[in-house]
Design a protein around this ligand. Structure first.
Ligand code: UDP
Ligand code: MG
Length: 309
């Protein structure tokens, strides 16, 4: 049976917030007076997240749970939930209430007006460090530039998708799906809703610097060939620089300043090695991706599901 709305919630070590999320979210979504499901993905939590989710699913059949065999990351969790979602409109949100359920209701209003993708745009971000705000600010503007896509700035995973958008995303053959960019890439009718991002209701952020760097890399390499072009640009620049050095050296030789052979070797070897290394380095990133795709491993492994046929 198809439901009207699917709320998708990745959860990694979220024992402190799950019940608060459940109470707050159901209270809000109940006001719709339409049927909905909440699909939680337990992304390999080491705390009591899974047992709390089992409890919730026992009391409330609208709660569905996908349990990962280990921590595969928020992106994989969201992808899994998208594959299981049956709703006509699908909303991805965090379970720490930083993505307020009231805003999700506003997204549904927009969907009813005919929009297919509604991005949650963060106006103010309480609690986040200056480092995170600055890097996010710079990164998303850079990503927009190099991908040439109109990815709305200051948006995260909090979005509403119409079913047809989700189906389009799931049909993509690639393994490395970077949802934030794909949501824009697939097209359809898009809009944004601005909201103040509150503090986490409890617990601490699950995004380590390492995970953020990996996500940033995914965003670039999966969506843009800019680094390849950059290698070419660097190559051209370095070639010109070395050529210029040679011209200067030749002029110096003509006017009678003798340079040792070692001096000549410096610009030659140094710049050639530089060019080769830069080219090789970027190519390697892509070779790594090809390797990932060729392996064809799944994005996640589900060990069990609850309330899902
Ligand atoms: N999350 C996840 N797997 C991870 C890291 C995070 O499923 O490896 C979930 C987490 O439980 C939360 C959401 O992704 O529901 C966003 O994480 P968090 O709130 O820690 O990130 P922040 O809001 O600080 O960027
Ligand atoms: Mg959060």
């Amino acid at each position: 049976m198809n439901t009207k709305y699917s709320i998708l919630v990745p959860a990694y070590n979220e024992q402190e917030v799950l019940k608060i999320f459940y109470d707050t979210a159901t209270k809000q979504f109940d006001t719709l007076k339409e049927d909905y499901e909440i699909i939680f993905v337990n992304d390999g939590s080491k705390d009591n997240t899974y047992s709390i989710l089992k409890e919730l699913a026992e009391q409330d059949k609208r709660i569905k749970v996908i349990n990962f065999s280990r921590n595969f990351g928020q992106q994989a969790a969201e992808l899994a939930a998208l594959q299981y979602a049956t709703g006509e409109a699908i909303i991805i949100m965090d379970c720490d209430l930083q993505d307020p359920p009231e805003v999700a209701l506003q997204m549904i209003e927009k969907w009813k007006e005919g929009y297919d993708v509604v991005h949650g745009k963060r106006k103010k971000r309480q609690s986040e460090t200056a480092f995170k705000k600055l890097t996010a600010h710079v990164y998303y503007r850079f990503l927009r530039r190099i991908t040439g896509m109109d990815i709305p700035t200051d948006t995260g995973e909090f979005k509403l998708y119409d079913r047809k958008v989700v189906e389009a995303i799931l049909k993509l053959p690639e393994h490395n799906r970077y949802l934030r960019a794909l949501a824009t890439w697939v097209g359809f009718k898009q809009t944004s809703i601005s909201f103040d991002r509150p503090n986490r209701s409890a617990g601490v952020t699950k995004w380590t610097l390492k995970k953020m760097i990996k996500l940033a890399e995914d965003g670039i390499i999966a969506n843009s060939a800019y680094p390849l072009a950059l290698a070419l640009k660097c190559g051209i620049f370095l070639s010109f620089a070395s050529l210029l050095t040679f011209i200067v050296f030749i002029i110096l030789a003509i006017v009678g300043t003798s340079l040792s052979l070692v001096a000549w070797l410096f610009p030659t070897v140094g710049l050639l090695a530089g060019i080769i290394l830069v080219m090789q380095g970027f190519s390697n990133l892509y070779i790594g991706r090809v390797y990932d795709e060729v392996k064809g491993r799944p994005n996640y492994i589900v060990s069990e599901t609850i309330n899902i046929e």
